[in-house]
Write a protein that binds this ligand. Structure first.
Ligand code: 13P
Length: 258
C-alpha cells in the first residue's frame, strides 16, 4: 500500500450548461462528502461554468477542487479564444489539465505546446495534470511505452524536481476514452509501472514514489476498484461517468478504499 493520496478527477469536457453544471456540482458535493478526506477530488467544468461551480462548492464548504480543462501558456494579450492562467486562478481554479488526448488529437496540440503549458501552470503554482497515452494503432504496433515515454519526457522537459510535487500524470490510452473499452487492470498497471520507472530515471526515486499516476478511459463504478487496486494506479480521470453524480461518487468511494 503506497502512501500516495488517491486522486479522482471529473473531466466534464464540453458538456453541461448553466443549470446542469450547477446541479452536478451540488450533487457531487453532497454525494462525495464522506470521502473528501481520503481522496483528492477535483472537477474540471467547461470554462464558462468555473466560477459558478466554485461558488457552489464554496457555499457547501466542500474540499473538492476545481480545475481548468486547458490553459494557454502566455500571460495575456492577442490570443483570441484562449484562457490564461490568471483568469483560471481568478475563477477559483487550483489545477489544470495539460495535453488531454482530445487537445492533442482533435485540436492538434504538439508535445512542445503541451510542455509550454505544463511549465506555465507550474510556474503559476497550479497543480498540473499531464495527460499522456497511446492511440490504438500505436498500441497495436507495440509502441505503447515508446509513445508514453516521448509524451512524458517532452511534456516534463525543464520541469524542476520540486515542481513535480504539483504534477499528476494521467495515463489515458486514447482507444479506451469514451469507447467503453477499458484497459485491463494488468495492462494499465504495466503502463503505469513503466511511467513510474521513467519518472524515477528523470527525477529520482523519492519523486517517483510520491507522484500520483492516475488512469483514464471508460472508468465506471463496475471496473474502478480493480483498476485502483493495482499498485501503481493512484486513482482516475473520469469522463462520461463524471457527469452522473452516483457514478462519480461510487468511483470516488472505490478510490478511497484502494
Ligand atoms: P471517458 O471516461 O468518457 O472514457 O473519458 C476519459 C477521459 O478522457 C478523461 O479525461
Amino acid at each position: 500500500m503506497s502512501n500516495r493520496k488517491p486522486y479522482v478527477g471529473g473531466n466534464w469536457k464540453m458538456n453541461t450548461n448553466s443549470d446542469s453544471s450547477s446541479s452536478l456540482a451540488r450533487g457531487v458535493a453532497e454525494a462525495c462528502e464522506s470521502v473528501q478526506g481520503s481522496v483528492e477530488l477535483v472537477v474540471f467544468p467547461p470554462a464558462p461554468y468555473l466560477i459558478g461551480v466554485r461558488s457552489i462548492l464554496n457555499s457547501r464548504s466542500s474540499a473538492i477542487g476545481v480545475g481548468a480543462q486547458d490553459l494557454y501558456f502566455e500571460g495575456d494579450g492577442a490570443f483570441t479564444g484562449e484562457i490564461s492562467l490568471a483568469m483560471a486562478s481568478d475563477c477559483g481554479c487550483t489545477q489544470a489539465l495539460a495535453g488531454h488526448s482530445e487537445r492533442r488529437h482533435v485540436i492538434g496540440e504538439s508535445d512542445e505546446l503541451v510542455n509550454a503549458k505544463v511549465k506555465a501552470m507550474l510556474d503559476g503554482d497550479l497543480t498540473c495534470v499531464l495527460c499522456i497515452g497511446e492511440k490504438l494503432e500505436e498500441r497495436e504496433a507495440g509502441k505503447t511505452n515508446e509513445v508514453n515515454e516521448r509524451q512524458l519526457r517532452t511534456g516534463l522537459a525543464d520541469v524542476g524536481q520540486r515542481q513535480m510535487d504539483n504534477v499528476v500524470i494521467a495515463y489515458e490510452p486514447v482507444w479506451a476514452i469514451g469507447t467503453g473499452k477499458t484497459a485491463s487492470p494488468e495492462d494499465a498497471q504495466e503502463a503505469h509501472a513503466h511511467i513510474r520507472a521513467l519518472i524515477n530515471e528523470m527525477f529520482g526515486d523519492d519523486v517517483a514514489a510520491r507522484t500520483r499516476i492516475i488512469y483514464g478511459g471508460s472508468v465506471k463504478p463496475s471496473n474502478a476498484a480493480t483498476l485502483f487496486d493495482q499498485p501503481d494506479i493512484d486513482g482516475g480521470l473520469i469522463g462520461g461517468a463524471s457527469l452522473q453524480v452516483e457514478d462519480f461518487a461510487a468511483i470516488a468511494k472505490a478510490a478511497s478504499g484502494a
